[in-house]
Design a protein around this ligand. Structure first.
Ligand code: FAD
Ligand code: SF4
Length: 331
């Protein structure tokens, strides 16, 4: 690991200034991803600006019934908060499906959104990787890629995004709030992660030096009936093979509103807009759920060894929607 300077910031302006003034400076949340990447030489910051003492911790209920979750709130605190569990149960389930208890105690909401891909070639400095070194190639396309993307990938990168939290936030139309020295800004989560295109090293729409200060979840009457399910290679402590976050509002025997997002299938959380359009205003049956999933997956382009994810995603969407339809409030 290369030598680096370290400082704690206690005010947002202090953190922004420290990063703006020092080329190579980075914010440090819980360090559970950044420090790992420093150890293997993928990241080489010259200064770490620790954000955990900034006044950005905690969960507030917004006037519209939504939530504002501070960026330095730990994953454990976010998942345990009674209003998160009550208003957005899929969000609490998603966070609890990630990592381990120790990691969740350290990891912050802001850091979770900005964690890097778990593609093995990304952290193997001897392999070509366009995300690590633009233009060097992609070892995964012809290499080990059974857990890589089936949607939205390009010949430049086929990696998936690892965050469970981001999948639930995507389903709930969350907005990422940030601060720069020029002021405050907001980006809908659905536009926060950039499409892969030919520059997989450019991952988010955050302006340079921006500090994430919160995620904002708009209030919604039916998100209390939501669910997150994650399929993975081990029962715990493993990233998603495929995951689904969904909320379903059925009234008078018809789907009035629905949200579906997929994880583990693309370089970013995949909002299943095509499936939602099939479901809206239709009678909720197992056939409809299957048709919606099939419509969403019709654009899937599996790689040599990950075609199984298409059937898995299709079945998981059907199972999650079927489970939600069977719950008390949706009969
Ligand atoms: C063994 C293991 C298993 C895991 N399993 C899962 C899993 O199943 N699901 C899952 O979702 N995650 C999983 N994780 C990832 C874990 O959730 C992330 O490492 C963690 O959420 C990152 O948060 P952090 O605060 O530690 O980020 P850090 O490592 O501190 O930072 C990550 C990035 O975010 C930047 N950053 C941090 N805070 C801010 C901010 N406020 N504004 C702007 N930039 C900021 C940093 O500069 C850095 O680039 C796992 C991690 C490990 C090590
Ligand atoms: S899939 Fe993306 S992260 Fe993995 S080797 Fe290819 S370019 Fe790198």
């Amino acid at each position: 690991m290369k030598e680096f300077a370290y400082q704690h910031a206690t005010q947002v302006h202090e953190a922004l200034t420290a990063v703006a003034r020092n080329a190579g400076a980075r914010y440090l949340g819980g360090g559970t991803n950044l420090v790992d990447l420093m150890k293997c030489g993928v990241e080489e910051p010259t200064r770490l600006v620790d954000v955990r003492r900034l006044p950005l911790d905690g969960v507030q209920v917004a006037p519209d019934g939504g939530l504002v979750i501070g960026a330095t709130t730990t994953n454990s605190d976010a998942a345990a908060h009674p209003e998160v569990r009550r208003r957005f149960p899929a969000l609490a389930q998603a966070v609890l499906a990630g990592a381990s208890g120790q990691l969740r105690n350290m990891a912050t909401v802001g850091g979770n959104l900005l964690q890097r891909t778990r593609c093995g070639y990304f952290t193997d400095l001897s392999s070509p990787c366009n995300k690590r070194i633009p233009g060097s190639g992609c070892a995964a396309i012809e290499g080990v890629h059974h857990n890589h993307a089936i949607l939205g990938h390009t010949a430049h990168c086929v990696a998936t995004h690892p965050s469970d939290l981001a999948v639930a936030l995507c389903a709930f139309d969350a907005v990422v709030r940030y601060e720069t020295l020029d002021g405050t800004g907001e980006i809908p989560l659905e536009q926060f992660y950039l499409p892969v295109d030919d520059r997989p090293d450019r991952e988010t729409a955050l302006p340079p030096g921006a500090l994430i200060t919160a995620v904002v979840l708009p209030g919604s009457a039916h998100t209390p009936r939501s669910c997150y399910r994650k399929v993975r290679e081990r029962a715990s402590y493993a990233f998603a093979t495929v995951s689904v976050a969904a909320a379903l509002d059925i009234r008078d025997g018809v789907v009035r509103d629905v949200r579906v997002a997929l994880g583990g299938v693309a370089s970013h959380p995949w909002r299943a807009r095509t499936a939602e359009a099939v479901l809206r205003d239709a009678r909720p049956t197992a056939e409809l759920f299957r048709a919606a999933a099939e419509a969403e997956l019709s654009t899937a382009r599996p790689l040599r060894d990950n075609g199984y994810k298409v059937a898995l995603a299709r079945n998981l969407v059907g199972a999650v929607l079927g489970g939600l339809a069977a719950t008390e409030g949706n009969r």
